[in-house]
Ligand binder design. Structure first.
Ligand SMILES: [Ca+2]
Length: 247
C-alpha cells in the first residue's frame, strides 16, 4: 500500500496519463472524468452499505464446556461449543447437524443472570440502514445421564445491540423423547442499525421462570443489508448532483 502512495514515479505516471496532450481541452476532460468518478463513488458507497461483517458466524471451534467460538466472547454464564456428541448430549444418538454444519453453540436459557450468552463487536453497518440476521435454532432438550429423565423448557434467542434488544427468534420446543432427532429451524430478525459498529450479544432464553431451563442451540449467524426500495437510484442521483455543483 505505501509503495503505491509514496512512489513518485507512479504519481508522475498517472499525471501523465490523466492530462490529455491532444485536442481535448483540460476543462472538458475534467468534466467527463469527474462525472465518471461520481458514478464510481456512488457504486462504492452502495457496496460498503451491503457489507456488514461478522467474524466466524459459522461458530467453528473445538467442542468445549464454558467457551465461545473463535472471534466471540462469553457474555453471560457458561455457553458451550459443541458438535454432534456434545458436551451434554446424553441421548445416545448424535445431534443432527445444522444447515451450517460443523460445531455450533449451546446456550442454556435459565431465566435469570445464569442465562448463557455470547457476544462480538461487529462492524460494517451503516446507521439508519435496515439489516437482517439469519441463523438456525434448535431445542436440544436435556437427558439426565443418571436416571434418563428428559427435561427442558421451550426457549428462544434474543439479539442485543449494545445492550438494547433488537430482535427475538421464534420459540422452539424439545422433541417428544430423547431418542428423537433434534430439528433445526431457520430464524431471522430485522433491525435498524444505530451505529457502524456495536456489540452484538446473542442470548438464550426460556419461556419458564428462573431455573426452568431451555437447552438451546444456535448456528450459522450471518448479517445482510435489507435494500430500501430505490436506494441505488438515489445514490446515483446524489453523485450526479455533486458533479453538477463542481462544474
Ligand atoms: Ca457451525
Amino acid at each position: 500500500m505505501h509503495g503505491f502512495a509514496g512512489n513518485n514515479h507512479n504519481k508522475g505516471y498517472f499525471r501523465f496519463r490523466l492530462w490529455p496532450s491532444c485536442h481535448q481541452g483540460r476543462d472538458e476532460y475534467m468534466k467527463t472524468h469527474l462525472y465518471s468518478a461520481a458514478i464510481v463513488a456512488g457504486t462504492s458507497a452502495a457496496s460498503v452499505l451491503a457489507a456488514p461483517t461478522i467474524v466466524n458466524g459459522d461458530f467453528n471451534g473445538t467442542p468445549s464446556i464454558a467457551s465461545a467460538p473463535a472471534g466471540w466472547d462469553i457474555a453471560m454464564a457458561t455457553p458451550d461449543v459443541v458438535n454432534a456428541f456434545g458436551p451434554f448430549n446424553n441421548t445416545g444418538i448424535g445431534w443432527t447437524a445444522s444447515p451450517n454444519g460443523g460445531t455450533f453453540v449451546r446456550t442454556n436459557g435459565v431465566g435469570n443472570e445464569q442465562t448463557e450468552a455470547i457476544s462480538q463487536v461487529v462492524t460494517g453497518f451503516e446507521a439508519g440502514g435496515t439489516y437482517r440476521f439469519d441463523f438456525s435454532v434448535t431445542n436440544l432438550g436435556f437427558r439426565n445421564a443418571g436416571n434418563g429423565a428428559w427435561s427442558g423448557f421451550d426457549g428462544f434467542y434474543q439479539f442485543f445491540a449494545d445492550g438494547t434488544l433488537i430482535g427475538t427468534s421464534q420459540t422452539v420446543s424439545k422433541q417428544a423423547s430423547s431418542s428423537d432427532a433434534i430439528v433445526w429451524e431457520a430464524a431471522s430478525i430485522e433491525f435498524v442499525a444505530v451505529a457502524e459498529s456495536f456489540t452484538l450479544e446473542i442470548r438464550g432464553e426460556t419461556v419458564g421462570a428462573a431455573f426452568e431451563i431451555a437447552y438451546l442451540g444456535i448456528d450459522g449467524v450471518s448479517a445482510s443489508l435489507v435494500p430500501a426500495p430505490g436506494a441505488a437510484v438515489l445514490l446515483g442521483l446524489g453523485g450526479l448532483t455533486a458533479t453538477r455543483r463542481r462544474r
